[in-house]
Write a protein that binds this ligand. Sequence first.
Ligand code: AMP
Length: 449
Amino acid sequence: MSQPLFRTPRGTNDVLPEDHQYHTYIKKAVRHRARQAGFKRIDPPMYENRAVFERGIGEHTDIVEKELFLVSSKQASDESTQFALRPEFTAGICRAYVEHGMQQLPQPVQLFSIGQCFRHDRPQKGRYRQFHQFDFEIIGLKDPSLDAQLIQVTAKILEDLRIRHRLTLQINNVGNSDNRTEFCQALKDFFIGKERNLPELDQHRLQHNPLRLLDSKEEDTQILLKNAPKLEQFVDDESRIYHETVLEYLDTLGISYVKNEGLVRGLDYYNQTVFEFWDNSTGAQNAVGGGGRYDSLIELFGGQSTPGLGVACGMERIIWHMKEAGIQAPNKDQVDVFVAQLGPEAKKTCLKLITDLRDAGIHTVGALGEASLKSQMRLADKFQARYTLLLGKMEVKESTIILRDMVAGKQKQIPFKDTLKTVKKLLGEKNLDTYSLTDHLGNVIDEGE
Ligand code: AMP
């Protein structure tokens, strides 16, 4: 075995072909549910002005304080560190909403995105430095029915992927920003004289982002919090009613949930509704997705006061759940036909035949090198080809070809001119992988990345 000189950087992964089957499957479900519910795709750049994240997500959140990857160039100047890789999609999409004047469009504007995000986290299972999210945003209209619908679209995707039963929807309402400011002050007051009993990290949180104490995993903090003021005491009536209505709509849609008064989420921009999909067995640790309402974010980017709501799910964690649940993503990379040949004449004929087979929607490999027919057959076996076509010197002379059924282990000689027709028939018309940009109505088929 050769020794690799380089490996992927810590916390990053190659998405190998076997994992791509899962990625493709998830993207299909996302695109399908997005189309059904009127979401349109947007791809913000992978890096933005770092202020988009610093201001949008919040200076004192873990994501900005510790996990932002700054982008620099070899001609490092002051300007080059003004960018950062996106740690999530919401801030970039809101920036785009303002930049492209989307407030002129019919509201709400519903957008979705799929792609890589980057966080300089300490790598561990389910926590990477480069990972994939799919993301949905509803901007420009506020109504509890939209909160419920966004949760429903997410739940449907998780159902499509057959992992919804492994997850619990946790939901809370964190009130408006005034409520939170008052609550944070009350928390700070409560902890006066008790700071030293808090673990170091939580002392820092108390100073800069007291709300985060609520979802602290530290036992000491949780014990102290038992007697501390509660967020729900500060949530105003409007938010309370809003929350009850969201829950009522979730009931109407048959979506089960757990009311979780400790759920706050790590990002500053949330107000009122927040939710997460937790792993039934490990809880908050490896949430598969989460989101909430952000009614002041658009204003922060220079837009008019505009409500917003979003959700993001992590694809690596979804794939982990699918594998745990024994769900196999369909493999569409199978080899239908392996073409084996011997002699220069046969090789030339096969090159043309391979093209014709591929154009007909048949997955075909072959005519590789000058190996003996026997070793080509071994290769066909290794590729797990369904059929092999063999063209030797004799067959070229006789205008025939040998067709071997690799499963049955039987073969027959057929006229060369019938090759395409015969293979198509054997595979079945509906299994052919034909690709066209338009469907029978002339509509563009959206099956791209
Ligand atoms: P967040 O908005 O931080 O809750 O992220 C939304 C989802 O993205 C999480 O529920 C995870 O599924 C996924 N996610 C966040 N950070 C990471 C990470 N470092 N590695 C893998 N997945 C992540």
